[in-house]
Design a protein around this ligand. Structure first.
Ligand code: ADP
Ligand code: 5GP
Length: 199
């Protein structure tokens, strides 16, 4: 039987990476879909682990070759995309696949896989909290942070009603518990209750 697909989307700074790492650490048969991006590596990021870091020319060539399941210019001049070969390889290995994609990518991947996939939107309490978290993360310039914040309100609005589940990341320990429960239930084939947070 093929593995399941877990899609995680959220505005930058919501805690998606933190929560996804928690899920991966607790579910060993889950593998991370390493995306391609044209943004440069930040902090300790390693090519092939967090992302495949490509030049814009390389990225465009792969788009033309039809190598992406989906791709988006998430921020001006910054493209991100899911490589079909990466997902297929992990599925062939019998893994569940976790996607970290923007809200448009999340909706597109869900459309592609239907009931085989669960889409989870991770929501921070407010844009102000996002700003604080991004500043405290010390990985992006103020210019880069402002670009991300400028998009965040739109992303939260766009996501309304489009995801299977919403997890609010206010208190981190609560959010970790909740996300692990949502993912475990889905993997074990339990039908999720309708999302109380979807308006
Ligand atoms: P994303 O992947 O969505 O951009 P991160 O997981 O990198 O977000 O989290 C952004 C920053 O906020 C990180 O420094 C992280 O340690 C911190 N963070 C995550 N969740 C919480 C939380 N519930 N409370 C306070 N800080 C948090
Ligand atoms: P970051 O630069 O903070 O790693 O990611 C910025 C945004 O790009 C995040 O919302 C992240 O989920 C999104 N992203 C990462 N990989 C992909 C991808 O393959 N496709 C899409 N559509 N978005 C992605």
């Amino acid at each position: 039987m093929k593995g399941k697909l877990l899609i995680f989307s959220a505005p930058s700074g919501s805690g998606k990476t933190t929560l996804l790492n928690h899920v991966m650490a607790n579910i060993p048969e889950m593998a991370f879909s390493v995306s391609a991006t044209t943004r440069p590596p930040r902090g300790e990021e390693v090519n092939g682990r967090e992302y495949y870091f490509l030049s814009m020319d390389e990225f465009k060539k792969r788009v033309e070759n039809g190598e992406f399941l989906e791709w988006e210019e998430v921020y001006p001049g910054r493209c991100y995309g899911t490589l079909l070969s990466v997902v297929e390889k992990m599925q062939d290995e019998g893994k569940h696949v976790a996607f970290d994609v923007d809200v448009c990518g999340g909706v597109n991947v869900k459309k592609h896989y239907g009931d085989q996939a669960l889409s989870v939107f991770i929501q921070a309490p407010s844009v102000e909290v996002l700003r604080e978290r991004l500043i405290n993360r010390h990985t992006d310039s103020m210019e880069e942070i402002e670009k991300r914040l400028a998009k965040a309100a739109w992303e939260m609005e766009f996501a309304q009603g489009k995801f299977d589940r919403t997890v609010i990341n206010d208190d981190l320990e609560t959010a970790k518990r909740e996300i692990l429960e949502v993912v475990t239930d889905f993997i074990n084939g339990q039908v999720a209750e309708p999302d109380e947070n979807v308006l």
